[in-house]
Each structure stands twice: as C-alpha cells, then as structure tokens.
Design a protein around this ligand. Sequence first.
Ligand SMILES: Nc1nc2c(ncn2[C@@H]2O[C@H](COP(=O)(O)OP(=O)(O)OP(=O)(O)O)[C@@H](O)[C@H]2O)c(=O)[nH]1
Ligand SMILES: [Mg+2]
Length: 462
Amino acid sequence: MINRESTICAIATPAGTGAIAVIRVSGPDTFSICDKIVELPKKISEYKSHTIHLCKIKDQDGIIDEVLISIFKAPRSYTGEDTVEISCHGSYYIQQKIIELLLRSGAYMAQPGEFTLRAFLNGKMDLSQAEAVADLIQSTSKASHRIAISQMRGEFSKQISQIREQLIHFASLIELELDFSEEDVEFADRKALRQILVKLIDQIKLLTDSFQYGNVIKKGVPVAIIGRPNVGKSTLLNTLLNEDKALVSDIPGTTRDSIEDTINIEGVLFRFIDTAGIRHTTDTIESMGIERTISNVQKATIILYLIDPNESSKTIEEMISGLPLQENQFLAIVVNKTDRVQQQDIHKSVENLKYHFSFPIIAISAKNKINIDQLHAYLLQCVGSMRQEENDIVITNARHYEALMHAREAAMRMLEGFDTGLPIDLIAEDLRQILYYLGSISGTITNDEILGNIFKNFCIGK
Ligand SMILES: Nc1nc2c(ncn2[C@@H]2O[C@H](COP(=O)(O)OP(=O)(O)OP(=O)(O)O)[C@@H](O)[C@H]2O)c(=O)[nH]1
Ligand SMILES: [Mg+2]
C-alpha cells in the first residue's frame, strides 16, 4: 500500500498563516534531500541526532527563509526513520515554496496519517496507540484527552496483549493435538483453558461496557431537553450554552426542529439538544418535529424533562410513561419558571413531585439563570456514575468495540463447545477467531484494508 523506500514530506501545522509553521520530512533520503535545499557548513548526516540548526533555505532566485532544522536519526524519531523538521516562518507562500523545493529534490507528498502509519510499521507504536494519536489531536475536553493519553501510552494494548498471550500458548498446544489427531492425545489442559476463557469473557465485558461511556465522552454526552410547548426548553438551551442559539417566544410550538450544540462543563463535553414541545397537534410540520423529539430521547444519555410549576403530577406521569426510556438513561424532572411563583410554593411542589416520582427533581429559572449550577452538578454526577472505577480502561473506538464483541462471541462459542463435547478442530477454529480479533486491535494481525481505513481519517502531516 505504501512504499517505505520513499521519503515523504508535509506541512504538519494547520493550513494558513501562523507565526511559525513546521514541515516534516521522513524516509531514507531525508538528509540528502534536505542537504539540497539548506545552506549549512556540513552535511546534515554529519551532525548529531536531536540537534537544531539555524540555516537559510534558498532557490535560484535567492533566500526564501531563515529556518531552524531539527535532526532526528533513525530509529530515534517519531516514524523510526531519518527525519528532519523544518520550522519556518508561517507565511503560506514560504510553506508552499519549501514543499515545492522538497518535492523537486526527490521527496513525495505524504498521504494522510502516513507519518503515524510509518511509526506503526516500524514498530514505534501499535495500532491502537496510533489511533489514539488521532483522538488526542481531536480531543476537545479534559475527559476525552485523558482517555486518549491513556490509550496512547499503551495501557489498553497491554491488557489486550496479555489476554492474547495466554491464549496463544493454548492455541499452539491445540494445533499440536490436531497434528496428532489419530493418536487421541490431549496436550492442552481443558480445565485451565476453560478458566482463562471465563476470565477473558469477563474482562472483555468490562471493556465493551465502557464503550458507551467512552463514546459519549468523545462526542459529547447527549442531553435532550424535552417537555410541553412553552415550558422554556429553548430558553434553557440558550442559558446552558451561554448564547442565543434557539428562538424563544411565548407562542407555544416555536421550536419545530431539533437544535443542538456542545459545551464543556468542568472538563466534560455535553451536547445539548433542544426539541419541539410535545403535544397533540394536527400541524404536519409540528408533528414531524415531535417525532424527532422522541427519536432524540432514544439517543440521549440524559433527559431533562422540563415542566411548568403548575403542571399536575398526572399529566407528568402520562408524558413520562409515553417516552421510550431505556435502562441506561438518566432522567430528571426540571421545574422551570420558579421566578414566577412564591418560594414556599416551589418547595411544596418539589416535595409533591418527590412523593410521586423517583426521578431527581431540580427547580430552576432558565430565564433568570437561577439554580443552573445545581443542574450542572446533576449532569456531572450522571457522567460520574457511568464510570465504574477511576482507573478503568475506557474504549472510545468503534473498531475496537466491534473486534472485542466478536472475540467475546467466539469465546462464548468455545465454552459452549467444551460443554457439549464439540470436536477439537471446531473449537480450534473459534480460538483462532479470538486471536484474530484481539490481534486486529493492536495490529499484530492486520491487512492493507484495515490500515487504509484507519489512516485515511488522519490529517496530512500527522
Ligand atoms: N418567567 C420566566 N419565563 C420563562 C422562563 N423560561 C422561559 N420563559 C418564557 O417562556 C416562554 C417560552 O419559552 P421558550 O424557551 O420559547 O419555550 P419552549 O419550551 O422552547 O417552547 P416551544 O419551542 O414552543 O416548545 C418565553 O416567553 C420565555 O421567555 C423562566 O425561567 N421564567
Ligand atoms: Mg422552543
């Protein structure tokens, strides 16, 4: 798929003008190619690795820029190959000009993610660590950053490879049994293998369970704001986002389509979704909006059910029972417009709701921004309780999730096979499957198609 004999180059900093820009060059001819474009007293290969040098870059028309070049000699570089990083002034013209010179001197334009792909192929990191690099670049909150760092440091890979190594030992014994199949011998200790499988199934379950958490942390925890028309849903969205995102009016049925945006609250990214108010209506557009509301409820992790202070428990009960709620969702009843009623009446109505419902009850004023911290605290508490243990490894990547699910299925089939006395050649096939899926996570087992899919999502220069 890629030719590692070639030397590649790309701009590693964002497109456009900045104070400085960094151009990366990597591959076997890096030093000789760079020698052709920089002015230095010695050849680059004669300098020590990990040194920085001030020099000029020239073409036939004169000086293009004064730059710093950093030298990394193989294998002590990000890619594991000879690498030079050119820090030039951030003019778009200069960046393009240097790239043009490099291409003319024999370098090739890097494909998206090719530097990281080479790092993987040269054994600098495994596949899940390489994927974490992409997540790290894209992380937008403290929580998603922490997960990406842990994955990049290889904590997840370590756990997977430990499980895999234990199985490889048994796989080789079973293959041996297959070779001696006529002689009816048993090299692999069935009881020990069974124990390992049970442990493996448990471990994988912990990992796959963390996916819901990991996935929402990465993309923003979806929070649906729902309720009857005019209760102040759009006002609450605007208050939570600190901007006038949604139209607010005293006409019931103002919001017809769902509106959403993300905001970071104490290091966790939340995705708030304002929805069309739920009521019986003959208006086609409005009922389409209501259908959308219901589908947003299904997709949300947290549901804020907004009510007016004088809504009766009976109507609330009816509304909530009509919602497609799932076991792993959080719902809170949020009493809005409390600025309109007496303090003691709020207290009474909250007590009454607490008596009727087991959901948390939060009293706020979206318009006057009263008790919004309590709402924040509730949201953070939901996220906290999704997580089992502080140092658990968290899965954020759909590819890893899928591979783990397949591995688990194969492990369950194997256990069942033992119980029903399935012939060893069939059991061996499931074992190979487990090894394959676990291996595909770290990239021990891989093919061009998998690699192509992963690295095409990287930016060029990474
Ligand atoms: N007094 C008071 N009025 C509020 C509060 N929150 C919202 N309102 C008012 O209630 C009216 C309806 O607010 P919206 O935010 O448009 O209500 P909505 O739930 O989005 O309504 P639909 O989109 O029609 O379903 C507006 O006039 C708001 O100014 C509040 O906390 N206190
Ligand atoms: Mg609205």
